[in-house]
Design a protein around this ligand. Structure first.
Ligand SMILES: [Fe+2]
Ligand SMILES: [Fe+2]
Length: 315
């Protein structure tokens, strides 16, 4: 028993040394159970967000106004499916299967980003999601390319390249609409008014109310706090909004020369809490849709498993 404990201490030291060197942990390395659990929760939540995030935009594929717009949107939504798959694979290296994770999502035991519980009411929302939601995702995810768990960091490098394209296509769509009729301009403004605050919520609660941040930073999973990333996003987005000619719906938003950053107002954190707890405008619809797709796909999974078993038999 004493030997085992001494052994664990050594492993813990090795783990901590790896983190301190900013080196990466790989799936076969020893890791504390809390680190593993935190990663499973975070990567699964991220994977679920990619998959559920296909729904609000998928809503507009059949109604895209031109073949070109439809092709772009289809490609974008397919990219999100790919992101989900990279991330589920990263989670599988930690010993949890994609089936288990999907079951946890549709049972409400795991979460996904609150942003996808808002509806897409106009076609301009496709542009706004690309610009603001993928833009916020980039701010969150670029630092994750250097996260301490290897498979997660490597998945993020590929994901971020595609996210930058998503952000550009959203901006390009909005720019086209802003050069159009007054009605199109009004559609863009109305869409930005609805998505601005939920986009700021994507970084999570203020640092003071984010009890897990310190541990995640000590483990090298997170490298920036929620408030730092939110600030970065605001600073990046304000000049883009000016270029587009849209107003960001925050009367407190202004440049602060002393800080060298923009000051801005706080989102409605009570609304955030409600949405996270499952009471947002589309939570029930999103999960019901995912559950239906999972149930409808059961025969495909069964057929694939039977085929794989047969291949093994004949091998
Ligand atoms: Fe994505
Ligand atoms: Fe994206």
């Amino acid at each position: 028993m004493v030997d085992t404990l001494a052994h664990e201490d050594e492993l813990q030291e090795l783990f901590e040394a790896t983190i301190a060197r900013h080196d990466r942990l790989e799936p076969r390395d020893w890791m504390p159970e809390g680190y593993r659990r935190t990663l499973v929760r975070q990567i699964a939540q991220h994977a679920h967000s990619e998959i559920i995030g296909m729904q609000p935009e998928g809503n507009w594929i059949g109604r895209a106004p031109s073949l070109r717009r439809k092709a772009v949107l289809l490609a974008k939504v397919q990219d999100e499916a790919g992101h989900g798959l990279y991330l589920y694979s990263a989670t599988e290296t930690l010993g949890v299967s994609r089936d288990e994770l999907t079951e946890m999502l549709i049972d409400g035991r795991q979460k996904y980003s609150s942003i996808f519980n808002y509806p897409t009411l106009s076609y301009a929302d496709v542009g706004t999601i690309g610009w603001l939601v993928d833009g916020a995702a980039i701010c969150n995810q670029v630092p994750l390319c250097r996260t301490s768990f290897g498979p997660y960091g490597r998945a993020m490098i590929r994901v971020c390249k595609e996210e930058s394209f998503h952000q550009r296509q959203g901006f390009e769509l909005l720019m086209t609409m802003m050069r159009g009729t007054e009605e199109q301009q009004a559609m863009v403004q109305e869409s930005v008014d609805r998505f601005w605050w939920p986009a700021l919520m994507m970084f999570g609660p203020p640092d003071a109310d984010s009890p897990n941040t310190a541990q995640s930073m000590a483990w090298g999973i997170k490298t920036h706090t929620n408030d730092e990333l939110r600030q970065k996003f605001v600073d990046m987005t304000v000049p883009q909004a000016a270029r587009l000619g849209v107003t960001l719906p925050d009367p407190d938003l202004r440049w602060n020369p002393e800080r060298g950053h923009h000051d801005f107002g706080q989102p409605d954190w009570q609304e955030f809490a409600r949405v996270v707890k499952g009471h947002g405008p589309c939570n029930a619809q999103r999960v019901a849709h995912r559950r239906q797709a999972w149930e409808d796909g059961a025969w495909v999974r069964e057929a694939a498993t039977a085929y794989a078993a047969k291949q093994e038999e004949s091998a």
